[in-house]
Design a protein around this ligand. Sequence first.
Ligand code: 4NP
Length: 160
Amino acid sequence: MDKPTRVLFVCLGNICRSPTAEGIFRALVSRRGLKHQFEIDSCGVGDWHIGRAPDNRAIMAARRHDIDLSGLRARQIVPEDLQNFDRVLVMDSQNLSDVMDLWRVHGGTRPELFLDYAPSAGVREVPDPYYGGDDGFERVIELIYEASQGLLADLTGTKV
Ligand code: 4NP
């Protein structure tokens, strides 16, 4: 059997956007019966929330879409991630700049803006919902859902 494709989602804290991306992308992969073809993870650039579950507002927003994030735990990116993952998808341009700093030193997989897989979204960054209200979390889900479909189509060479 072919080696699984390893996909890593990165945001700042690994408690809002990237765990949401991990959960949504996992659900899409699972629904299409492709679970064995992928390994999916997420992490943060920062270290403040290491070991914590996702933000409760992210868990509740995902739950409204039948996605369970409650078992996920935050971790910080390490240089080996760029060697170990085939795709590294970041949520905003600050994440991109931070992970590019690692990439310049350590090489490996070059990070990409996740929303480049959602060209019709009209924005290139998933806005940080941490300091906003619940509608910010719903918007995160909408953007991530669209980019997840685009990414999966790209990785499988199909239209989803
Ligand atoms: P995330 O959101 O990067 O989507 O997980 C944030 C979570 C925590 C903080 C910032 C953004 N923080 O400053 O603690």
